[in-house]
Design a protein around this ligand. Structure first.
Ligand code: GLU
Ligand code: MG
Length: 691
C-alpha cells in the first residue's frame, strides 16, 4: 500500500509543519525525474498483478473463523526465500521466480506479487493463473495447519463484539484510531500504519466515519439502531461521536481506517512505451474502473451485517478521509485552502492525456489544484493537463513524515514525491519511473479480489488484453468525469451487475472510421482496415507496446455535443455489445486476439478466462457478492435480520476454501469444470460444511 520508509514518524502536530517542505521538494523530485525520463521511449510491455490475502484461522471446535494476526512472523519466513528460483516451470518453460510478499495495512493481511514481471509473451499471459496459485501455495506452506490465505475482500466479522482475531484483543486500547470496535493490534505495527491512522484522525479533527446502508431483510428491526455500538463508552474524547450523529440509523457504522484498508483487492500495473502512451492508457482505463468494480463486486458484509452495497470502495474512501470540516464543506474555509469533494482514496478526478481525443469538456469538475504548484510545473515546460493532475494530487498534506528523511537529495531521492503520490489512492494511478531502470506505468486499482486464482487470472488477463485493444485500435472511452463518478456509485449498489445501468460511450472507434470492425493502427500511424478475409497486416506473436496514436481527423476535431456521445447501458451491453456499432469490451478483446498469432490450445485457455468475465456480465454467473449474500440468506442459522453471526461466517469461510480447492461445486459462480490441482491437500481437506 505504498512506501515503507524506516525511521521515527512525526505525530501530526509536528508533521504538519513540514507539509510545504514535502510538497516543495516532492515537486522538485518529480521535475528531476521528468527532466531525465520524459523522453524515455520504447519500453516493452511488462506487467504484474498484486493480490491481497487475509489469513484466516479456523477454530473447528468453537466453529469460529478468525483473522490471524501473525503477519510479521509469516512474512519473515516468506521473504527469506525471495529472489530464489523454484523448480516449477511457467508456461514459457522457465523456472518460476520466487514470489514477493509485502506487508499490508491489516496485521492479518499479506500481499503478493510475481517474483518477476510478466512479459508480453503469450506463454507468460497464460502463466498468470499458475503464478497466482504458486504464490498461494507458497504462502500456505508457512501457515499453521488451521490457517489459510483467503482472497476475500472484506472480512464479515471484523469489528464485531466477541472474538474475531487470534489472539484476541480488546478494542479499548486503540490508541491510533480510537475505534469503538477495532483493537490497536489489528493494524500492521510498522510505524507507517499506526501513524497514518492517527494522523488521518488528527488532521480531520474527528474519527473517520463510514455509514453503509444496512440490507433490510424481512426481520431486520426498523428503525435499525445498532445494538452492538457501545454508545456510552468513555475512553477517548471521540467516543461521543457515535451518539452525536456520526453513527446513522439504518446504517452499519464503522469508525476506523482498518475497516477500509483492511479490505483486499486485485490490482494490475502495466508499463507503457513512453509517457504519452501511459497517459492515454490511464485515461482509457478511467471509465473502465467502475465497470470492473461492478463485475468483481465481492464484499456485501461489514461488521457482522449484510449491507445494501456489494463493494468495498466507499468504505475505504471513508476510512482514510482526512479532510477537515472546512474541506468537506461543513464550515466556511478559514484555516484550510480548498473545498475538496473527494477523499484521498476515490475515483480519478481528472483525465491527463494530451491526445486530441481528450476534449476539455470531459474534465467537467470545477478546477481544483494548487495553483502555485501548477505554475511551477508549467514554468518548467510541463503541459497543462499533466501539471493540473500533479497540482490536484498535491492539494493533500503528507501524512507520515519520518524525522530522519526530511532532508533529501532531490536529484536522487523521490520519497517526498512518493509520499503524496502514494497516499492519493485513485482508481487509476499514473506512475512515473522511480529510477532509470523502469518505464512510465499505469496501475489499475478498482477490482475486488475473487475467491479463486482462476477468477483473479481471468480478470487480469481480460484487463491486459483490453489495454492492448485500446492501444491497437485507438479506442476512445472518454466520458465526462462526473459520469464516471456516477458510475462508481452505481457500481457499488447491491446487485449492480444486474440491476444498474452505466454511462458508456456509444462510439468507441476513431473519428471517421467507417467500418465498425476494429482496425489496427499500423506502424505508419494510419489505420488499415481488416480485409474481407479477416486478415490483418501483421500478426503479433506477443502483446506489445508502442502503437501509434490516432492522428487528428482531416476534417477537423469533433465538436458534437458531449451529451450525445454517451448513453446508459447495462453491464451486459457494455461487455458483450449493443447494436451493430458497439461490439462490447469483450468483442473488442476478441477482435484484438485475432491480430495475434496464437495457437488453438492457447486460444482456448484465453477464451476460458473471457468466458468467465462474459458470464459474470450476462448473469449466467453471479458476482461473488451476490453469491456470498445468497449463501448467508439461505444458511439455516440466518434469521433474516441482516445479522451474519459467527456460525454463518465460519461456514462461509469453509465454503470459500472448499470452492477454491474445487471441492465444492458452485455452477452459479464458476464453470463446472473448475478444479484446483491442490484440491486434495491442505488444512480443511475432508471437513464438510453443513450446506
Ligand atoms: N487494500 C486496498 C484496496 O482494497 C488497496 C491498498 C493498496 O493500495 O495496495 O483497494
Ligand atoms: Mg496493497
Amino acid at each position: 500500500m505504498g512506501l515503507l520508509s524506516l525511521g521515527t514518524p512525526l505525530p501530526w502536530e509536528e508533521a504538519k509543519k513540514y507539509a510545504d517542505h514535502v510538497r516543495e521538494h516532492g515537486i522538485t523530485q518529480f521535475l528531476s525525474i521528468w527532466d531525465k525520463l520524459k523522453d524515455r521511449q520504447g519500453d516493452e510491455l511488462l506487467w504484474g498483478d498484486e493480490i491481497e490475502y487475509m489469513v484466516v484461522v479456523f477454530d473447528n471446535e468453537e466453529k469460529n473463523a478468525k483473522l490471524s494476526l501473525r503477519q510479521s512472523e509469516i512474512l519473515a519466513k516468506l521473504r527469506a526465500e525471495e529472489g530464489g528460483v523454484s523448480a516449477a516451470l511457467n508456461r514459457c518453460g522457465e523456472p518460476m521466480v520466487m514470489p514477493t510478499f509485502h506487508p499490508e495495512y491489516g496485521r492479518y493481511m499479506l500481499e503478493s506479487t510475481p517474483g518477476a514481471p510478466y512479459s508480453g509473451a503469450i506463454c507468460d499471459l497464460l502463466s498468470v493463473e499458475d503464478n497466482m496459485r504458486f504464490r498461494r501455495h507458497f504462502a500456505r506452506k508457512y501457515l499453521k495447519p488451521n490457517e489459510l490465505p483467503l482472497t476475500f475482500t472484506s472480512f464479515p466479522r471484523l469489528g464485531t463484539p466477541g472474538v474475531f482475531t487470534e489472539p484476541h484483543f480488546d478494542p479499548s486500547n486503540a490508541v491510533s484510531s480510537h475505534s469503538l470496535f477495532l483493537p490497536q493490534e489489528i493494524t500492521n505495527p510498522h510505524a507507517r500504519f499506526p501513524t497514518l491512522t492517527a494522523n488521518i484522525r488528527e488532521r480531520r479533527g474527528s474519527k473517520v466515519s463510514i455509514n453503509l446502508p444496512i440490507f433490510i431483510d424481512e426481520k431486520t428491526p426498523r428503525p435499525f439502531v445498532d445494538p452492538t455500538i457501545p454508545w456510552h463508552r468513555n475512553v477517548y474524547k471521540e467516543d461521543h461521536e457515535a451518539k452525536d450523529g456520526a453513527a446513522k440509523i439504518d446504517h452499519i457504522y464503522m469508525d476506523a481506517m482498518g475497516f477500509g484498508m483492511g479490505c483486499c483487492c486485485l490490482q494490475l500495473t502495466l508499463q507503457s512505451c513512453n509517457v504519452n502512451e501511459a497517459r492515454r492508457t490511464y485515461d482509457a482505463l478511467v471509465p473502465i474502473a467502475p465497470i470492473l468494480l461492478a463485475l468483481t463486486a465481492a464484499s456485501p458484509i461489514y461488521r457482522g451485517y449484510l449491507a445494501d452495497v456489494d463493494c468495498r470502495w466507499n468504505v475505504i474512501a471513508g476510512s482514510v478521509d482526512d479532510r477537515t470540516d472546512e474541506e468537506r464543506g461543513l464550515k466556511p474555509l478559514k484555516k484550510n485552502r480548498f473545498r475538496i469533494p473527494k477523499s484521498r482514496y476515490d475515483s480519478v478526478e481528472r483525465y491527463i492525456s494530451n491526445h486530441w481525443t481528450n476534449r476539455p469538456e470531459y474534465n467537467d469538475h470545477p478546477p481544483l489544484y494548487d495553483e502555485a504548484i501548477v505554475k511551477r510545473l508549467r514554468d518548467h515546460g510541463i503541459d497543462e493537463l499533466l501539471a493540473k493532475h500533479i497540482g490536484y494530487l498535491f492539494i493533500r498534506d503528507p501524512l507520515v513524515i519520518f524525522s530522519e528523511t526530511i532532508d533529501q537529495n532531490d536529484e536522487v531521492d523521490n520519497d517526498h514525491f512518493e509520499n503524496i503520490q502514494s497516499t492519493n489512492w485513485q482508481t487509476i494511478r499514473f506512475k512515473p519511473p522511480g529510477n532509470a531502470s523502469i518505464g512510465w506505468r499505469v496501475e489499475f486499482r478498482s477490482m475486488e479480489v475473487q475467491l479463486t486464482d482462476f477468477e483473479n487470472a481471468a480478470f487480469a488477463v481480460f484487463l491486459v488484453l483490453l489495454t492492448r485493444a485500446i492501444l491497437a485500435f485507438n479506442l476512445n472511452f472518454y466520458l465526462p468525469i462526473s459520469k464516471v463518478d456516477d458510475n462508481m456509485q452505481r457500481a457499488q449498489k447491491r446487485d449492480a451487475a444486474r440491476a444498474q445501468k452505466f454511462f458508456f460511450r456509444k462510439d468507441v472507434f476513431p473519428v471517421g472510421q467507417e467500418s465498425r470492425t476494429p482496425s489496427i493502427a499500423s506502424s505508419s500511424g494510419v489505420s488499415s482496415p481488416v480485409d474481407g478475409a479477416g486478415n490483418l497486416p501483421r500478426k503479433d506473436r506477443r502483446l506489445r507496446n508502442c502503437y501509434p496514436a490516432a492522428p487528428p481527423p482531416p476534417q477537423g476535431l469533433p465538436h458534437d455535443r458531449i451529451e450525445d456521445e454517451y448513453e446508459e447501458m447495462t453491464l451486459e451491453e457494455i461487455m458483450t455489445g449493443k447494436g451493430p456499432d458497439f461490439p462490447g469490451l469483450i468483442g473488442l478483446v476478441d477482435a484484438f486476439i485475432t491480430t495475434l498469432d496464437v495457437d488453438a490450445s492457447d486460444l482456448e485457455r484465453i477464451q476460458r478466462y473471457l468466458d468467465l468475465v462474459r458470464k459474470r456480465s450476462t448473469g449466467a454467473y453471479k458476482t461473488t457478492a451476490t453469491w456470498i449474500r445468497d449463501f448467508v440468506r439461505s444458511h439455516p442459522a440466518y434469521k433474516h435480520d441482516s445479522v451474519v453471526n459467527q456460525e454463518i461466517n465460519y461456514d462461509l469461510m469453509v465454503a470459500v476454501d472448499e470452492i477454491e480447492r474445487g471441492l465444492r461445486k458452485v455452477p452459479d459462480l464458476l464453470p463446472k469444470e473448475y478444479s484446483c490441482p491442490e484440491a486434495a491437500s491442505g488444512a480443511l481437506a475432508g471437513l464438510k460444511s453443513p450446506q
